[in-house]
Write a protein that binds this ligand. Structure first.
Ligand code: TPP
Ligand code: MG
Length: 336
């Protein structure tokens, strides 16, 4: 990968960090309501993995699916930032027409299949997407991102077993940030190395890597993506990472220490890549400052402006996207 690609990736990650910081601010201003789970600290995982996949090419590309911490995955998959922000604002122009909110970003034109509130829900859906790819022989794969906590759900075990038995082209990406809400992984999970839970039990190849260094993420993700596509088999890749903010906006982080946070922040994914690019002479500190300013302006003058100025959904449309011609007689139809 050449310097200009690395600079583009740095720009992506700075954009994602600022996007999320701006979400935080808009939430405090009560412009955004409901649940809001931010991804700051974990950017190298979604950015690096999806850089190695076939995304941003519309419906011929790979499928991407994840849980509720979903903004950055959707952005990197190619969903427009404006529409994601408008969704968070509950506006009609949002990616789910303002009906879904933060946890339910969905963009079929980017093959971004959501955005799910229920922990573990995307596992079987990812297997279904992969089964479709296999049947249609399209050479697409499904990429399922989920947290460490999700691996204690029944859906994880059921899906990994089926994916292995049926040789489904699905890449499971475990974002191990050490916590499920306020519960440290040591208190919830017998085998804390997630990749060890799948190789023997489900006969799926698996590995564990640093998730803070995007160069490592890309190198390992490339091998995993190629394996899934070429062998038509699942792979489970685990990245060790950290979320800087609380689980959601209502979390004061009382369960962890400032020292622990500071240790992880030393290995910030944006810092690692920018230091490397400065050291190699590809960028100067002033170039990064300029990039940050441009991103700041783009988010204010385009993304936020679009969300603020977009209309609210019309109350008359309350039932518009609710199934209302379901032939099942038990279906009572839309509320009158
Ligand atoms: C089926 C279900 N059970 C419980 C919850 C409540 N809940 C929301 S997030 C979460 C923890 C998930 O942790 P992890 O998978 O590690 O993801 P992270 O938040 O760390 O990204 C739980 C238990 C839920 N949303 N869905
Ligand atoms: Mg977690």
């Amino acid at each position: 990968m050449n310097d200009s690609d690395k600079i583009r990736l740095l720009r992506d990650m700075i954009f994602y960090r600022r996007f999320e910081d701006r979400c935080f601010e808009a939430y405090v201003e009560r412009k955004i309501g409901g649940f809001l789970h931010l991804y700051s600290g974990q950017e190298a995982v979604a950015t690096g993995v999806l850089e190695m996949a076939n995304v941003g090419v519309g419906e011929k590309g790979d499928y991407v699916i994840t849980g509720y911490r979903d903004h950055v995955h959707a952005l990197k998959a190619g969903a427009p930032a404006r529409e994601i922000m408008a969704e968070l604002y509950g506006k009609e122009t949002g990616s789910s027409r303002g009906r879904g909110g933060s946890m339910h970003i969905f963009d079929p034109t980017a093959n971004f299949m959501g955005g799910y509130a229920l922990v573990g829900q995307p596992f079987p859906l990812a297997a279904g997407l992969a089964l479709g790819c296999k049947h249609k022989k399209t050479n697409q794969i499904a990429i399922c991102f989920l947290g460490d906590g999700a691996n204690n759900q029944g859906t994880f075990h059921e899906t990994l077993n089926m994916a292995s038995v049926w040789n489904l082209p699905v890449l499971f990406v475990c974002e191990n940030n050490g916590y499920a809400i306020g519960t440290h992984i040591d208190r919830s999970t017998a085998q804390t190395d997630q990749y060890k839970r799948v190789d023997t039990a489900y006969n799926i190849k698996s590995s564990q890597h640093d998730g803070m260094d995007i160069d490592i993420v890309m190198e390992e993700a490339k091998k995993a993506v190629d394996y899934v596509r070429n062998e038509q088999k699942p792979y489970f890749i685990e990245f060790m990472t950290y979320r800087y903010r609380g689980h959601s906006m209502s979390d004061a982080k009382g369960y962890r220490t400032k020292e622990e946070e500071a240790e992880w922040e030393k290995r910030d994914p944006i810092k690692i890549l920018s230091d490397r690019l400065i050291k190699s002479g590809a960028l100067k500190q002033a170039d990064i400052k300029k990039m940050e300013n441009e991103i700041h302006d783009e988010i204010e003058n385009d993304v936020i402006k679009f969300a603020e100025e977009s209309p609210e959904p019309d109350v008359a449309d309350l039932n518009k996207y609710v199934l209302d011609d379901n032939p099942d007689p038990r279906w009572i139809g839309p509320l009158k």
